[in-house]
Design a protein around this ligand. Structure first.
Ligand code: UFG
Length: 341
């Protein structure tokens, strides 16, 4: 059974999860996916099958359902867990904080309790650069910076999640844990088979850009024009989702090596890019003229943040392979392909 190298992937039908499944399979792991599809597209399993050549095991459960999750642990001996399952819309979390605290924390607690009970050794947690809040003078953030004040209940669930994991690790050092602090994942699988499926109008920049270009949305609004940045628009660290997926596989390998057993690690490119630059790259790659306008600042947006990725480079031997141009190109391919599906 162990030869199958089973990894439980909660929330594995989502944007980052689905790409990580393909990366796990390429590296010889067997993902077992727990997802109730409330925030994922039902076509994802068949799409993944086309990429990896077989249908992986998808179990339609809510990780907040402890009984169903227990049943899954009874059936499989997991070598590791990648815990993606969580809500992620910042604005929605402000409107419905309890929905976010209940879902994100209960799902994490259930998964962790079972990890400890069934003696699973390795646990990778989806965290976010949102834990830094508004960075001070230094926009290139390192992992040792004190966590900021999260601008949203969503952000708080990531801060609390990391702290909860640290406490559990202190009491049970048998469980090796990596909290990956994602910057801004964009792009799609180079095959064009999987990508982002925003439900409703997207909050994130890239699906809004490509969606506006194909006419799904009338116009892109750029939030704010007078930030203290090169062109007045916010700076973010955009990372190709396949590079992010690869980081999860590297994190598992690192945890398995037993070198260290609790780490928080930034996963970003180390490059900051403004919103206007993203638009410019999109127009150059697609040959489309984007319909956009400036609008007011979005509450809670930080002016500028990008990763110091030295720790991921050295500890995980992880380096991004894709450029911003590749990411935009793949996101655009995906959007055009969706139009014809
Ligand atoms: N933006 C626009 N117009 C849009 C959408 C976004 O101008 O229609 C701008 C935003 O103002 C921001 C940039 O594009 O400057 C990136 O915005 P995203 O919403 O794509 O990403 P964020 O950096 O706001 O959010 C990301 C993750 C969140 C996480 C946050 C932490 O998506 O999950 O980083 O900083 F909480």
């Amino acid at each position: 059974m162990n030869q199958q190298r089973k990894i439980l992937v909660t929330g594995g039908a989502g944007f980052i999860g689905s790409h990580t499944i393909t990366a796990l399979v390429s590296e010889g792991f067997t993902p077992i996916i727990a997802d109730d599809f409330r925030n994922a597209d039902e076509s994802v399993p068949a799409r993944i099958e086309k990429i990896i050549g077989y249908m992986p095991e998808f179990i339609k459960i809510d990780v907040c359902d402890k009984e169903a999750l227990t049943h899954l642990f009874e059936q499989h001996a997991f070598e590791g867990i990648i815990h993606f399952a969580a809500y992620k819309a910042v604005g929605e979390s402000v409107a419905f904080p309890l929905k976010y605290y209940r879902n994100n924390l209960l799902g994490l607690i259930n998964t962790l309790e079972l990890a400890v009970q069934f003696k699973v050794r390795n646990f990778v947690f989806s965290s976010s650069c949102t834990v830094y809040g508004e960075p001070g003078e230094i926009k290139e953030v390192t992992e040792d910076l004190p966590k900021g004040l999260a601008a949203s209940p969503y952000g708080n669930t990531k801060i609390i999640g990391e702290e909860l994991l640290r406490d559990v690790h202190q009491s049970t050092s048998d469980l090796h844990i990596a909290c990956l602090r994602y910057f801004n994942p964009i792009g799609a699988h180079p095959s064009g088979m999987i990508g982002e499926f925003p439900i409703g109008k997207p909050n994130n920049l890239l699906p809004m850009v490509t969606g506006a270009a194909v006419g799904k949305y009338k116009q892109l609004t750029v939030f704010g024009d007078d930030y203290p940045t090169a062109d007045g628009t916010c700076v973010r660290d955009y990372i190709h989702v396949m590079d992010l997926a690869a980081a999860h596989v590297k994190a598992l390998a690192f945890l398995q090596s037993g070198t260290s057993s609790f780490e928080t690690i930034n996963i970003g490119t180390g490059e900051g890019t403004t919103v206007l630059k993203v638009i410019q790259v999109f127009e150059a790659i697609s040959g489309e003229k984007l319909n956009w306008k400036f609008g007011p600042k979005r509450p809670g947006d930080v002016a500028e943040i990008f990763a110091n990725a030295d720790k991921a480079n050295h500890l995980l031997n992880w380096y991004p392979k894709y450029s911003l141009e590749d990411s935009v190109h793949h996101a655009w391919n995906w959007e055009k392909k969706l139009q014809h599906d």
